[in-house]
Design a protein around this ligand. Structure first.
Ligand code: ATP
Length: 135
């Protein structure tokens, strides 16, 4: 059993896709351990994306994730980290596989609807950052 951190990003919230996206995770039999809608400030964005701070795309990414409410959640299940990344699809919505969340609903490299932790180590760090009270 593994846990992973998912963000349903502001573009998905604005487009009214939260329910459809959650349904895909639930139908995959991933269990929702925690979930909250949040407004994220620049400091939280910097902590979450600490490995991207020096990238040329980071300022635009930071404005995007702080542009409106997002939904943060922790999902649990067998191989949850890789299962969620498969459901999410490739980072660039223009190249993501049809049938994946990004493949079906995103057409952008930045506004790509969701985030999923990229390793069990990243998941542990991100779950601790977003849900410090979680055991
Ligand atoms: P995530 O970590 O959000 O699940 P990922 O691991 O598939 O996505 P990363 O390479 O870690 O992708 O990039 C993190 C996020 O930064 C992407 O989800 C996307 O929103 C944004 N991003 C990545 N590359 C670019 C780019 N070239 N231009 C603009 N935004 C980008």
């Amino acid at each position: 059993i593994e846990r992973t951190l998912v963000l349903i990003k502001p573009d998905a919230v604005k487009r009214g896709l939260v329910g459809e996206i959650l349904a895909r995770y639930e139908r995959k039999a991933l269990r929702i351990v925690a979930m909250e809608q949040r407004e994220v400030d620049a400091s939280m964005a910097d902590k979450h994306y600490h490995e991207h701070l020096d990238r040329d795309f980071y300022p635009a990414l930071r404005s995007f994730v702080t542009s409106g409410p997002l939904v943060a959640l922790v999902l649990e299940g067998d191989d949850a980290v890789s299962a969620v990344r498969l459901l999410n699809g490739a980072t660039d919505g223009r190249r993501a596989e049809p049938g994946s969340i990004r493949g079906d609903w995103a057409l952008s490299n930045r506004e790509n609807l969701v985030h999923g932790s990229d390793s069990p180590e990243a998941a542990a760090r991100e779950v601790g950052l977003w849900f410090p009270g979680l055991g």
